[in-house]
Design a protein around this ligand. Structure first.
Ligand code: GMT
Length: 381
């Protein structure tokens, strides 16, 4: 198949999922055309089946805001006509689904029906999409997609709760590539970082408010009073400065390392004992799944789709959003019980296997085929 993929190319869950999906499809011989404003950060391989088309929005002094949506729709039309795309897959509804809709309408005038699938990832529904400033367009473009997928059952529920959806939504969860995310032996690294055998806790996020990174620090302060421990904070974003200040106020800077954005998170996960994810809202929690694939149990909130990944009392523990004391108690319990921790590590890995790319990729391929078949009957309707 010739597949167009539209996504956010920078750091962020939806862009990562879209890029990894595209790479996996290319490996299976599909031609994959990324249509984005910048080369996706995870597009780090050369493959004869991968193509990149840059969206460049012409600027003009009259524009207070760049009309990116129009530029994207125009690029989709251009790529579809020249590369003969069979299907377009847009990740994150805003503004990708409405650009795809406009492109499909334009192409239809050329006697060419380009079916598109919209994958909803999270904040495009739960935070931004439901805002009255965007809602009518988001709702319309979801309902006029040829296919709709959600990354978790919880996000499907949220979507139908916030929007009047008239078409079926298919849940296709995010996936993990075990060739990258697996436990490796990095004992020398661990010894250098934690020379006194301290336990290592890790949090990875984009440091937005919704991630509640402050709860990671509050819970860690309780944990380190009981157990010698270190905390890695990986990622960057709007809350980073506030979190640095908070760790100073809490007097825990010696034990906390802000590592910024990291290309090889798996190397840090290889030496971690627990992953912490206290989010207020989280449609899936890909970062937690990556940790689990590396045999790291998860201490998390029970927000959104997290319970679909992190099984309470098995692969980690769930607490109410904001209950960092409970998270600390759960972490202490696991860190003080080596046998239980080992069992949880094994369970986390087994659970992650359910989301292996080998299982999830065929779900997308089958769905594409189904949508393409229906689309073939729709030229000029
Ligand atoms: O908010 C983020 O973490 C980024 C956001 C995105 O769309 O780039 O992530 C969402 O999509 C990820 C991939 O499907 C999910 O793993 C995250 O749970 C989801 N984030 C939220 O729902 C807050």
């Amino acid at each position: 198949m010739r597949i167009g993929i539209v996504c956010y190319p920078t750091y962020g869950g939806s862009g990562v999922v879209a890029t990894e999906l595209g790479k996996a499809l290319a490996q299976k011989g599909h031609d994959v055309h990324f249509i984005t404003y910048q080369a996706p950060v995870r597009l780090d391989v050369f493959n004869e089946h991968i193509f990149y088309h840059e969206v460049s929005a012409f600027t003009y002094p009259l524009f207070q805001y760049q009309p990116y949506e129009s530029a994207l729709a125009s690029k989709i039309v251009d790529v579809a006509l020249h590369e003969h795309l069979d299907i377009l897959h847009v990740h994150y509804a805003i503004p990708h689904a409405s650009s795809a809709y406009l492109a499909r309408q334009i192409l239809n005038e050329h006697g060419y029906y380009l079916p598109f699938i919209t994958t909803l990832h999270g904040t495009d529904i739960t935070l931004v999409g439901k805002d009255p400033g965007y809602k009518p367009v988001v709702e319309y473009s979801i309902n006029h997609s040829d296919g709709i997928t959600c990354v978790s059952a919880n996000l499907k529920e949220e979507t139908t709760r916030h929007f009047h959806i008239t078409r079926p939504i298919v849940v296709i969860p995010n996936f993990i590539d075990f060739s990258r995310f697996r436990k490796t032996n990095k004992e020398h690294f661990r010894k250098a970082i934690a020379p006194n055998d301290e336990k290592i806790l890790i949090h990875v996020s984009n440091f937005r408010k919704v991630k509640r990174v402050e709860d990671v620090l509050y819970m860690f302060e309780i944990v380190m009073k009981k157990i010698p421990a270190k905390l890695f904070l990986v990622g960057d974003g709007p809350e980073r400065m506030n979190m640095e200040q908070l760790s100073r106020n809490l007097g825990i800077t010696e034990q906390v390392r802000f590592l910024g954005k990291q290309e090889s998170v798996e190397e840090l996960l290889a030496i971690a004992d627990l992953f912490v994810l206290p989010s207020e809202s989280e449609s899936f929690g890909l970062a937690a799944l990556e940790a689990m694939a590396c045999e790291v149990p998860v201490i998390s909130s029970d927000a959104g789709g997290i319970p679909e990944i992190n099984l309470h009392g098995k692969t980690g523990f769930l607490s109410k959003v904001g209950d960092y004391e409970d998270m600390a108690a759960n972490a202490i319990y696991l860190l003080q019980n080596e046998t239980v921790l080992r069992e949880f590590r094994k369970n986390a890995y087994e659970q992650a296997k359910q989301f292996s790319i080998d299982k999830i990729l065929p779900l997308y391929e089958n769905y594409y085929q189904q949508i393409v078949a229906v689309g073939k009957q729709k030229v000029n309707v």
